[in-house]
Design a protein around this ligand. Structure first.
Ligand SMILES: NC(=O)c1ccc[n+]([C@@H]2O[C@H](COP(=O)([O-])OP(=O)(O)OC[C@H]3O[C@@H](n4cnc5c(N)ncnc54)[C@H](O)[C@@H]3O)[C@@H](O)[C@H]2O)c1
Ligand SMILES: [Mg+2]
Length: 352
């Protein structure tokens, strides 16, 4: 669907009277809200709010699945009032998106204390009763939700966490102030602007043709193996990170690689996961596991991985039996990478 942007952007003559798609007008509206505090304050009045408590999102059980409820400003003010809380807390909200009709969506953590003027953290059980839902650990929540909600909550939690951790200027030591949308923080003493950051991470599924290499860390749940992952070092290209990480973790050299897809990953801090397929040099497949980084690594046949992929969904129902191989959950890009290889185990085309 396309609409005339003149309807939405009367003030911005450059953008007016051109035929723009719904997606473009939505992105430009969000851009305006991030840049213009007054526009964002206005959007807060008609916006919808997703609630978190200490970075856990509010979910409501609605058989057979869970829903992520949104609240209007009025509902939120009533709720805070009922619990004897100052509505000034709403100023800590961060913009996380908008509907196609340009209703802005915000996220607010009512368990964290951002501004000095607000009261102490609200009690979780009290809030849960009022909201008729529960604040669920984000990883657990992801298992219950569709991809759209996963992506929205992932953004929301990452942004709330970033604000919580960047209350002070690292140069002046003075408190920083967020803009209304929460797309940046500014130090009033020296005007340094801080923007939310993500750390780039490569995740690589290494294959020798008929087999793929999977590894596990001791922190993984029992039986779970995943693709190799590693943070980019400063100054590295993605290709260099892939080569170094594979060499560091399993002692192999990759020969060819192919970009697959990327994903924002909020755990434990914000990362941009960049997923690739890679192959090793023929005949050079002996693994030397770096035990400082990994608990184990091994080659798995196409059949073993395909079976594990089929079994993955039903596994949680049989918790007393540990299967030989378990894979990451569907919402993780590692799962997509492994699925891609099972469906098309052809060699990647680009030299590493
Ligand atoms: N979404 C997915 O499918 C998926 C799958 C696997 C891993 N991951 C994520 O990838 C990330 C990296 O994987 P890894 O743990 O194997 O990385 P890694 O192999 O680089 O090892 C982690 C170590 O790197 C160091 N490090 C360097 N830069 C860092 C930074 N910016 N932040 C934190 N530590 C840094 C630390 O010493 C840390 O202990 C993890 O956060 C993990 O949650 C996501
Ligand atoms: Mg690693």
């Amino acid at each position: 669907m396309a609409i005339y942007c003149g309807i939405a952007y009367r003030r911005k003559s450059f953008w007016c009277y051109r035929l723009l798609s719904t997606y473009v007008t939505k992105m430009r509206y969000l851009f305006e809200l991030k840049e213009d505090d007054d526009a964002c304050k206005k959007a807060l009045q008609t916006g919808a709010f997703y609630l978190f408590h200490n970075l856990s999102p509010m979910l409501q059980k609605s058989e057979p699945q869970y829903l992520v409820p949104k609240y209007s400003l009025l509902e939120l003010e009533r709720l805070l009032g009922k619990l004897g809380q100052n509505t000034q807390r709403i100023e800590d909200s961060v913009l996380i998106g908008c509907s196609e009709q340009h209703d802005a969506w915000f996220a607010l953590d009512i368990g964290l204390n951002h501004s000095s003027s607000i009261n102490a953290s609200l009690q979780k059980p009290e809030m849960e009763t009022e909201l008729r839902g529960s604040f669920m650990d984000l990883r657990k929540a992801f298992l219950q939700l569709n991809a759209k909600d996963v992506s929205l909550l992932s953004t929301a939690q990452a942004l709330l966490r970033w604000h919580d951790a960047h209350q002070f200027c690292s140069r002046s030591g003075q408190p920083t102030k967020k803009n209304v949308a929460g797309s940046k923080r500014i130090c009033p003493a020296n005007n340094i602007i801080y923007y939310p950051q993500m750390a780039p991470v490569v995740i690589t599924l290494v294959s020798d043709g008929p087999r793929c290499l999977l590894a596990r860390q001791s922190s993984f749940p029992k039986g779970v193996y995943s693709a190799l992952a590693g943070f980019c070092d400063i100054g590295e290209s993605l290709e260099e990170t892939v080569r170094r990480e594979v060499a560091e973790e399993v002692g192999l050299e990759v020969e060819r690689l192919q970009y697959s897809a990327s994903q924002h990953w909020p755990f434990p801090n914000s990362s941009l996961m960049i997923a690739c397929h890679a192959t090793v040099k023929p005949g050079q497949t002996k693994i030397h596991v770096n035990l400082q980084e990994l608990e184990a690594a091994a080659w798995f046949s196409h059949e073993e991985v395909a079976t594990a992929l089929r079994r993955n969904d039903s596994y949680t129902l049989q918790q007393n039996i540990t299967p030989p191989l378990r894979l990451p959950p569907k919402f993780a890009i590692a799962h997509q990478l492994i699925k891609e290889w099972v469906e098309n185990p052809a060699c990647p085309s680009l030299p590493a």
